[in-house]
Design a protein around this ligand. Structure first.
Ligand SMILES: Cc1cc2nc3c(=O)[nH]c(=O)nc-3n(C[C@H](O)[C@H](O)[C@H](O)COP(=O)(O)OP(=O)(O)OC[C@H]3O[C@@H](n4cnc5c(N)ncnc54)[C@H](O)[C@@H]3O)c2cc1C
Length: 185
């Protein structure tokens, strides 16, 4: 498959070199997607897209009557992510994989009868979540918050800025309707 290897700013136009060809362009639209990095938990990547998902709007309905684990390793995102899934499903266990969460979060989860397990996870399989403490939680699947990044290393001679969520989502800042589509010039 042909692959863009470099984009160079030549002033009036851009030079785009791919694995096999070279183009000139006055406009560039980057549609290169995001790279997802999942928490480093054995078994998770093989369940991702099957019984574990990142988007409650995309897969919340299909998971609505199931026992869910929600893996979030960043404390600050728990009260953002969990309420979105709560619309579809109230049988939720938040799994922090060893991260301790503060009292306010614990209280808010407790008010909604959402379980919280802060133990480090040893592995995840179709049978459930196994903790290094030798205990197990049976779940049917769930949601996970990956970290996202954008690979713009092939762009040369100019820089692209990331938006205010970039430390988490890695999205490109745009100057056009705030979409994720980025038109240079
Ligand atoms: C498990 C899972 C479930 C999802 N479910 C849904 C859903 O139900 N509904 C929904 O709307 N969305 C869903 N999504 C999200 C959806 O898949 C993405 O939002 C969508 O694929 C993004 O499209 P894109 O074209 O921006 O990026 P991508 O689909 O990532 O496409 C980018 C393309 O650019 C190519 N590329 C990158 N760099 C270069 C280069 N240098 N040269 C040439 N090509 C390059 C990549 O190879 C790739 O083919 C889901 C995502 C996941 C992971």
């Amino acid at each position: 498959m042909d692959h863009v290897e470099t984009i160079e700013d030549q002033g009036e136009f851009f030079t785009v070199k791919t694995t096999t060809q070279e183009f000139s362009a006055t406009r560039i639209v980057l549609a290169i997607g995001l790279k997802e990095t999942l928490p480093d938990i054995p078994g998770l990547s093989s369940l991702y897209g099957q019984s574990f998902f990142n988007c409650s709007f995309c897969d919340g309905w299909e998971m609505k009557d199931k026992k869910l684990g929600v893996i979030i390793e960043q404390e600050e995102f728990i009260l953002h992510f969990v309420p979105m899934i709560f619309h579809w499903n109230q049988t939720i266990t938040v799994l922090t994989n060893g991260i301790s969460v503060n009292k306010e979060i614990k209280q808010r989860l407790n008010e909604k009868k959402i379980s919280l397990i802060e133990q480090p996870i040893q592995k995840i399989t179709n049978q459930g979540v196994y903790f290094i403490s030798d205990t197990k939680k049976i779940i049917d699947g769930g949601f996970v918050m990956p970290t996202f990044s954008v690979n713009t290393s092939f762009i040369q001679g100019f820089s692209l800025s990331l938006n205010e969520w970039s430390y988490r989502y890695g999205r490109l800042r745009t100057d056009f309707l705030s979409t994720y589509l980025c038109s240079l010039r």
